[in-house]
Structure formats: C-alpha cells, structure tokens
Design a protein around this ligand. Structure first.
Ligand code: 5MY
Ligand code: ATP
Length: 429
C-alpha cells in the first residue's frame, strides 16, 4: 500500500456495493473490500475507514466548510496518517501497526454506501451519527479481520494505577487501590445495570499468564452477557463480527480455541508491555497534577487574570501541530526520565499537556489479534498469527476539560463503595 507521500487514489473505481460493513466506534465507521479481486486488486485486503458526523448537525456547525465551497485539493489527509507515520511509529514498531493510505471519496458515493449499510449498524449508533459525506478524503488500511482467520479485538483501556505524588488526600486512597477502568465501569453501572463488571485491565497488562487468562475469561463473559455489544472485546470470523447468539456458533468450542490462543499471543507479544509503559510514563502527573500545574502557570503568568479566573484546563490551548509533536517526541525520548516529575516546572506545562494527550491515545486504542486456522494446509505464503494496534488517532486538547470533570465524577461516585483491589503490574516487577 502506498504511504501518505504517494498520490491519492479515488474510491470511485469501486462500487459502494463492493464494501462490506465491519464495525464502528464513536468517530469512525469501517468497511472491508469485498469486490472482484481481479478488477480492483489495489483494494484487496484493505478496509475503508470513514469519519462520522452527528446526524442532526449541519456541516457548518461541525466546523467544516459547506460542501459546495470545498475544493477537493484543499482537504488535508486524515490526521491519523501523518500522526501514525511521524509520531506513533517512533514509539511502536511498524510491524504492530496497520498500513494506512489516503483515498479520495465523493459525496454521492458515500451517501449510497450510507444507505446500503444502514441496516447493519447498531441502533444506538444509527440514532446519533452517520457517514460524514462532506469529507473528500478517507483512509485505506490493512484489513485485519478478512480472510479465513478468526480475529479478536480487545480495547484494553487504562493499564496502570496512578503515581500517588500528585493525588489529593481525598482521592489518594481510592485511586491507588482501584483502577480507573474498574471505577469507570462502576460509575456507568449506576445508570445501566446490564454493564458487565468483572474485567480489569490490570490483569490483562500483568504479564502473568494466569491473570491474563482471567482477564480473557472476564472479557469472554462480558461478550456473552452483553450479546457482543461490550466494546472491550469483539470477535470476527471471515470478516464479519460475531454475536454470541448466532445459531451457527458453538460457544464452547469457540471459547476453547480462542482463549488459549489469544493468551499465548498476549504473553509472547511485547505490545501490551509497550502500551502500558507508554500510558504510564506519559500520564506521570495524573489529571490532578496536570490540573494543578495548569492553575499554577496561569496564576504565575503576569498577563493572566487572578487565580479565581483560571480558565478550564486546556481551554485556552491550541492543538499541537505535527512539528510540535515531533519536537515533543524528541524530548520524550531523550530527556523524559531526567525531568523531576514530582516537582514539575510551569515552563514545562506544554510538554506535560502533550504527554497527557498522547497517553490518552494509548489508553483508547485497540489490539487486533489474528488467529489463523490451525487445520489449514501449510504453504509458503501461510500467514502467521499477528498482533496489531489500531485506532491511534491524536486526541484534541479541548478534551482535557471533559477528562478532568469525568475523573472527578468517577472518583466521587466510588466514594463509599466496597473498593475493588486492582493489582498494578509494576508492583510485581
Ligand atoms: O472517555 P472514555 O474513557 O470513556 O473513552 C471514550 C470511549 O469510551 P469507552 O470508555 O471506551 O467506552 C469511546 O468509545 P465508544 O464510543 O464508547 O466505543 C471513544 O473511543 C472515545 O474516543 P473518540 O471519541 O473516538 O476519540 C473515548 O474518549 P476519550 O476518553 O479517548 O476522549
Ligand atoms: N484495519 C482494520 N481492519 C479491520 N477492522 C478494523 C480496522 N480498523 C478498525 N476496524 C474495526 O472498526 C472499528 C472502528 O474503528 P476505530 O476503532 O478506528 O474507530 P473509532 O471511532 O476511532 O473507535 P473508538 O470509538 O473506539 O475510538 C474497530 O473497533 C474495529 O472493529
């Protein structure tokens, strides 16, 4: 597949009917190429990742120019392409990443695809959003679920307990005992009693085979209990997402194949450990410490208003450009460990803001595990099992205010509950 530097090809040489719905998240919807492999070989083994927009929001409100004013050449490539190429690949070896390329798309083609896929989409997503047909560029990526392989997607979420250094006296006893994911699950379960509650990411990230096994069995139980709607685990066969209630599935046999194979893949891949180290080291202050540093730097700044008027965290900051990200990674790789994180300097506020944003990317990505059928004939081109990280988009700095508020609400909702003890992998090393 071409890289971001190559000429951008157009989707128009395929028909919307050639694309099969795979799945979607909050921001993107993904289709796999299912057309004639000889007519359009460029698209074989690829998925199309399209941005979504809120159903009721007009393009002007989303901040995009209206369609008739968009010059095709003006729309930049989706930011994930350059971000993965120039930033993520300096932290994660490219063998664990899908290949990405930019592709031209057209409004009428996208609108036809939107009609075709409507019935495949989950109703809670359909009510909220749809394919953003004002975009003129999308992303082609390696298809990680197609072919004969089984694929398991795990969204592991937060890998660590925070460093106690910057926690307040009230949050310290809670946040150092129960992990953020388990508290978030508890918070959500107050409004939705059907949420599966067993899975703990610290088991999955523990490096300990029996705890990884427990995490996988908890995810499996969540998959069954939620009828495949829990977003922390998805299972695909022949490019299609499975539901546990599908009559053709032998659940026992599937579980017996999947859990040992996925466990073995996870025990042997460096990906989980790398993710955990990145998440932890980039979120070294916790949102509480970052918020204190933000407030301090605004109080100290002579041009700012008095302390009482400190703006919400991140609200007056701009999103980093790619060159700022590049400088950040240079500093992270050369000097992160030399900084005194227990006493962060206000002059380093921007560094810590970017670090937190990047940590958020690694807290929200997913791992795609491909398991090839063991009974297939051995051949020279037989694929091996693989582990790939997906959904490594840059996060916007305006999320910081929401993350700070959410952190407060999650912890407050946990006060007074019987605290779950989540064991951090760092305590075992
Ligand atoms: O805030 P969280 O931890 O709930 O994470 C959001 C995810 O919810 P989850 O907890 O995985 O169910 C959420 O996932 P779902 O839509 O719930 O599948 C998104 O991944 C969201 O990121 P973005 O809007 O795609 O950039 C995620 O938002 P960010 O926190 O990454 O901004
Ligand atoms: N390269 C790929 N091959 C196969 N399936 C994919 C690929 N990339 C994404 N998918 C599927 O599409 C889904 C949505 O993609 P993605 O996670 O990138 O969207 P998102 O909106 O950013 O998600 P989230 O809400 O979790 O942030 C994934 O959860 C996965 O099931």
């Amino acid at each position: 597949m071409s890289t971001s530097e190559s000429p951008v090809v157009s989707i128009a040489s395929t028909s919307p009917q050639d694309w099969k719905y795979i799945s979607e998240g909050a921001a993107n919807i993904v289709f796999s190429y299912n057309g004639d492999p000889h007519r359009d070989p460029y698209f074989n083994g690829k998925v199309l990742r399209l941005r979504k927009s809120a159903s009721t929001v007009s393009p002007e409100i989303q901040g995009f120019p209206p369609i008739d004013r968009l010059d095709d050449c003006d729309e930049p490539d989706d930011p994930i392409i350059e971000f993965q190429h120039k930033i993520i690949q300096r932290l994660i070896p490219s063998e664990y990443l899908p290949r990405l390329a930019s592709i031209r798309v057209e409004a009428s083609w996208l609108q036809d695809l939107a009609k075709l896929c409507d019935s495949d989409r989950p109703s809670h997503r359909r009510q909220k959003d749809g394919i953003d047909s004002t975009r003129t560029k999308a992303v082609l990526a390696t298809d990680l679920v197609g072919g004969d392989a089984l694929a398991v997607e795990i969204k592991p979420k937060w890998a660590f307990l925070p460093s106690p250094t910057h926690l307040s006296t009230s949050t310290f006893p809670i946040k150092t005992k129960t992990c953020r994911f388990c508290m978030h699950t508890h918070y959500r379960s107050q409004n939705d009693h059907s949420i599966p509650i067993c899975y703990c990411p610290l088991d999955l990230f523990s490096g300990d085979e029996s705890r990884i096994d427990k995490a996988l069995r908890d995810l499996w139980a969540g998959w069954i209990d939620s009828n495949g709607t829990m977003n922390n685990i998805r299972i695909f066969a022949h490019g299609k997402m499975l539901k546990p209630t599908e009559p053709s599935i032998d659940l026992r046999a599937l579980c017996d194949v999947l859990i040992p194979t996925v466990r073995s893949l996870l025990v042997h891949t460096p990906v989980l450990r790398t993710l955990a180290i990145l998440q932890r080291s980039l979120d070294v202050l916790d949102i509480e410490g970052l918020s204190n540093l933000w407030a301090l730097s605004h109080i100290q700044s002579p041009s700012e208003s008095p302390a009482a008027c400190v703006p919400p965290i991140g609200s007056t900051s701009t999103d980093p450009t790619i060159s700022e990200w590049t400088n950040f990674i240079d500093t992270y790789l050369s000097s992160h460990n030399t900084l005194d994180h227990a006493h962060p300097e206000t002059s380093n506020l921007r560094y810590y803001l970017l670090a937190y944003l990047l940590s958020a990317t690694f807290k929200d990505c997913s791992i795609m595990l491909r398991i090839n059928p063991s009974n297939s004939k051995a051949s020279s081109d037989q694929e091996t099992n693989s582990v790939t990280l997906i959904d490594l988009d840059p996060k916007s700095i305006d999320r910081l205010t929401r993350w700070e508020k959410l952190d407060r609400e999650i912890v407050e909702s946990y006060i007074g509950t019987e605290a779950k003890h989540c064991v951090d992998w760092k305590d075992n090393t």
